[in-house]
Ligand binder design. Structure first.
Ligand code: SF4
Length: 60
Protein backbone atom coordinates (compact mmCIF):
# COMPACT_ATOMS: atom_id res chain seq x y z
CA UNK A 1 0.00 0.00 0.00
CA UNK A 2 1.39 3.34 -1.06
CA UNK A 3 0.22 6.16 1.23
CA UNK A 4 2.01 8.73 -0.94
CA UNK A 5 0.10 7.68 -4.05
CA UNK A 6 -3.25 7.38 -2.22
CA UNK A 7 -5.64 10.21 -3.09
CA UNK A 8 -8.17 9.32 -0.40
CA UNK A 9 -10.87 8.14 -2.77
CA UNK A 10 -12.13 5.66 -0.17
CA UNK A 11 -12.88 2.80 -2.56
CA UNK A 12 -10.78 0.43 -0.49
CA UNK A 13 -12.64 1.31 2.71
CA UNK A 14 -15.95 0.82 0.94
CA UNK A 15 -15.01 -2.64 -0.34
CA UNK A 16 -12.93 -3.96 2.58
CA UNK A 17 -13.79 -1.99 5.73
CA UNK A 18 -12.35 -4.69 8.00
CA UNK A 19 -8.92 -4.16 6.45
CA UNK A 20 -8.72 -0.53 5.33
CA UNK A 21 -9.53 2.75 7.02
CA UNK A 22 -8.64 6.39 6.36
CA UNK A 23 -6.79 8.77 8.65
CA UNK A 24 -7.97 12.30 9.39
CA UNK A 25 -6.45 13.47 6.09
CA UNK A 26 -8.30 10.74 4.17
CA UNK A 27 -5.15 8.74 3.49
CA UNK A 28 -5.51 4.99 3.68
CA UNK A 29 -4.36 3.08 6.76
CA UNK A 30 -4.35 -0.66 7.44
CA UNK A 31 -6.65 -1.89 10.21
CA UNK A 32 -5.32 -5.44 10.09
CA UNK A 33 -2.80 -7.36 8.03
CA UNK A 34 -4.68 -10.62 8.63
CA UNK A 35 -7.08 -11.11 5.75
CA UNK A 36 -8.27 -14.54 4.71
CA UNK A 37 -11.25 -16.13 2.99
CA UNK A 38 -14.03 -13.68 2.12
CA UNK A 39 -12.04 -10.80 3.61
CA UNK A 40 -9.19 -11.56 1.22
CA UNK A 41 -11.63 -11.47 -1.68
CA UNK A 42 -12.70 -8.03 -0.45
CA UNK A 43 -9.05 -6.92 -0.42
CA UNK A 44 -8.57 -8.11 -4.00
CA UNK A 45 -11.68 -6.16 -5.02
CA UNK A 46 -10.46 -3.09 -3.13
CA UNK A 47 -7.11 -3.22 -4.91
CA UNK A 48 -8.85 -3.50 -8.27
CA UNK A 49 -11.10 -0.52 -7.49
CA UNK A 50 -8.37 1.83 -6.24
CA UNK A 51 -8.21 4.58 -8.89
CA UNK A 52 -4.46 5.13 -8.46
CA UNK A 53 -3.33 1.52 -7.93
CA UNK A 54 -2.03 2.34 -4.45
CA UNK A 55 -2.76 -1.16 -3.15
CA UNK A 56 -0.29 -3.87 -4.13
CA UNK A 57 -1.15 -7.46 -3.28
CA UNK A 58 1.48 -10.02 -2.24
CA UNK A 59 2.75 -11.89 -5.28
CA UNK A 60 1.29 -9.34 -7.68
S1 SF4 B 1 -8.96 3.32 -2.87
FE1 SF4 B 1 -6.80 3.88 -3.25
S2 SF4 B 1 -6.82 6.10 -3.35
FE2 SF4 B 1 -8.72 5.49 -2.38
S3 SF4 B 1 -8.29 5.55 -0.17
FE3 SF4 B 1 -7.92 3.47 -0.88
S4 SF4 B 1 -5.72 3.41 -1.37
FE4 SF4 B 1 -6.32 5.55 -1.25
Amino acid sequence: MDRVTCIGAGQCVMHAPDVFDQDLDGVVVIRTAAAAGEVWEDVVEAAARCPVQAITLPGA
